[in-house]
Write a protein that binds this ligand. Structure first.
Ligand code: HPA
Ligand code: ZN
Length: 349
């Protein structure tokens, strides 16, 4: 990784580098990209009544104290999604923003159970999202794929039923994840379904160590056989785990603004991103639920770099980690990394 020797550059120039460098986004819940304006527009289009009088009133409710306080509002916001075109429009709006942030590849989480439990068909959800991903590749130059997430506050039987419903649409998603309320719903609750998904050739990731203990990261790796850990910031509490993540090259999809909004850290200056990189862990920067947490991926980079005084060498490493840890084809990854190297060569010149 030759550009690690990059000399420090002035803050203004660094911001420009962060904005323009090619990157992958690996931790974005597509339902968390639903902006209040779009929630209201879809509510009108579909005749759904919202418990908020205005966009401003809804936005004012975005004052979270922990993960659960956010999830309650996030699931309520998703209730306006009914038709295939709604899912398309939501994903398209995100993908346009991703393109503007120089995201070359995005892996979008979606929560089918949030929709099927309201009577929306699995086809409606997956075909709408998938069409937006396909169009983004063709017209925005953003490669995009889907990862189906199981809601961990529901049962493993419910997850199995969801997988059955989704399997006829197998070609439209590349993997599975595990999200929603973490504490009290440890990885072992989903060991059988993740084993089945592995047999089906699906990629596997899981949220672990967002609010939950470092032990959940160990068990996500051991029992769910995940290839990446979503969040994982609690790993800093376990030195053995830090060494394990570094030596096994397990990528963490870190979401700094999310961690502040959900009170995992009191402020960005206390965030562990620098510490994770220092330990040799393949950390990446992502937006999680950008419509709720105050910024898309470039805002996550800009604000975190300013708070932690990170430099161009960190930028290179984070972007490279994101491309390398993606589930895209090896040839595509190599081509993006070459683009990244060329970009940083031009920064150095
Ligand atoms: N954590 C867990 N579940 C989620 C999140 C998150 O940050 N965002 C959407 N679902
Ligand atoms: Zn998440």
């Amino acid at each position: 990784m030759k550009p690690l020797t990059l000399a420090p550059i002035a803050p203004e120039r660094l911001s420009d580098v962060l904005r323009r460098m090619p990157k992958a986004e690996l931790h974005i819940h597509i339902e968390g990209s639903l902006e209040p304006e779009m929630i209201f527009a879809l509510a009108r289009r579909n005749g759904v009544e919202l418990p908020y009088a205005s966009v401003e009133a809804l936005r004012a409710a975005y004052a979270f104290t922990n993960l659960q306080s956010f999830l309650d509002i996030y699931y309520a916001g998703a209730s306006v999604l009914l038709k295939e075109q709604d899912f398309y429009d939501m994903a398209w709006a995100y993908l346009e923003k991703a393109a503007a942030d120089h995201v070359v590849h995005a892996e979008l989480f979606f929560d089918p159970q949030t929709h099927t439990s309201r009577g929306v068909d699995m086809d409606t959800v997956i075909l709408g999202l998938s069409r937006a991903c396909r169009d983004a590749g063709q017209t925005l130059g953003v490669s995009a794929s889907l990862i189906l997430c199981f809601l961990r506050h529901l049962s493993e039987d419910d997850a199995f039923a969801t997988l059955e419903q989704a399997l006829p649409l197998r070609e439209h998603f590349i993997g599975v994840g595990l999200d929603s309320s973490e504490v009290g719903h440890p990885p072992e609750k989903f060991a059988r379904i993740f084993k089945r998904c592995g047999e089906l050739g699906l990629h596997r990731v899981a949220h672990a160590g967002e609010e939950g203990p470092p032990a959940y990261i160990h068990t996500a790796l051991d029992l769910l056989q995940v290839e990446r850990i979503d969040h994982g910031v609690q790993a800093t509490r376990d030195r053995t785990l830090m060494q394990r993540l570094a030596s096994q090259g397990i990528a963490l999809t870190v979401c700094p603004l999310s961690n502040i909004k959900l009170c995992v850290y009191p402020d960005l200056r206390s965030h562990s991103l620098g510490q994770l990189l220092e330990a040799g862990i393949a950390a990446t920067v992502n937006s999680d639920d950008p419509a709720y947490f105050g910024g898309y991926v470039n805002q996550n980079f800009l604000q975190t770099f300013q708070a932690l005084d990170l430099q161009a060498s960190h930028a290179y490493r984070l972007a490279r980690n994101s491309l390398q840890a993606s589930f895209a084809a090896e040839a595509a990854k190599a081509a993006w990394i070459e683009r990244l190297d060329d970009f940083f060569e031009s920064v150095r010149a």
